[in-house]
Design a protein. Structure first.
Ligand code: PXP
Length: 238
């Protein structure tokens, strides 16, 4: 069975828009666990635009499933990750201008930094995954630097339609098979939503899906009746 890991970054995006204490990504993570999430993912970005250092510490202390921390290869971020006690680390590329993670890691280009980071993170007790585009060369390189997992970037699949979506699904299928053949374990994520998740959830060898934005957006949309109704009741019956 494919596992669902819920990414809570965009709960923090809403909170940071007002620098309030709510909505709290940790409380949200606990609710997600209660609803069946098998793990919680967050990305501490260097610009701290959503998740804050203390959120990671509180997630570590409070969730009871599995904490997956996404991090870039910048020394400051790696130093934090090494102390975080996360169950798994997903190494991602990060640039300050991007709205979200735009592409997979260039594993070969980053070989030197990965050769240091992968064993160091593994020695801290977590599983190490590399976020990669579904290309065989990236998987070969991931194997070479000693990663246990790859997370296949599903963004191109999610953004495509019609025949191109089928082609992107074939790329993901091929990458999952190739990765498994190399002894890598395979996760997937990015851009998955309620309309496109099905075919990815049935790909052979994919163990876990990381999904964030669509779930937060869905909760906002479908939580509106309860949120307005409760406020209306408080105004009518103060
Ligand atoms: N996986 C990785 C490596 C990511 O960087 C992200 C976005 O933070 C996700 C999965 C989740 O993507 P989305 O928010 O589009 O579901």
């Amino acid at each position: 069975m494919v596992k669902l890991h819920v990414n809570v970054d965009h709960v923090a995006t809403v909170r940071q828009a007002r620098r309030e204490a709510f909505p709290d990504p940790v409380a949200w993570a606990l609710a997600a666990e209660k609803a069946g999430a098998e793990g919680i993912t967050c990305h501490l970005r260097q610009d701290r635009r959503h998740i804050q250092d203390d959120d990671v510490r509180r997630l570590r202390a409070e969730i009871t499933t599995f904490l997956n921390l996404e991090t870039s290869l910048e020394p400051e971020m790696l130093a934090f990750a090494l102390e975080s006690g996360a169950d798994a680390f997903c190494l991602v590329p990060e640039s300050r201008e991007e709205i979200t993670t735009e592409g997979g890691l260039d594993v070969r280009g980053e070989r030197d930094r990965l050769a240091d980071a992968v064993p160091a993170l593994a020695a801290s007790g977590g599983l190490v995954s590399l976020f990669v585009d579904p290309d065989r060369e990236q998987l070969d390189a991931a194997r070479e630097v000693g990663a246990q997992f790859v997370e296949l970037h599903t963004g191109a699949y999610a953004n495509a339609t019609g025949a191109e979506r089928e082609r992107q699904l074939d790329r993901l299928r091929d990458a999952a098979l190739h990765g498994r053949g190399l002894g890598l374990r395979v996760n997937a994520g990015h851009g998955l939503d309620y309309g496109n998740v099905g075919p990815v959830a049935t790909l052979q060898h994919v163990e876990e899906l990381n999904i964030g934005f669509a779930i937060v957006a869905h909760a906002l949309m479908y939580g509106v009746a309860a949120a307005v109704g409760e406020m209306r009741a408080l105004i009518l019956h103060p």
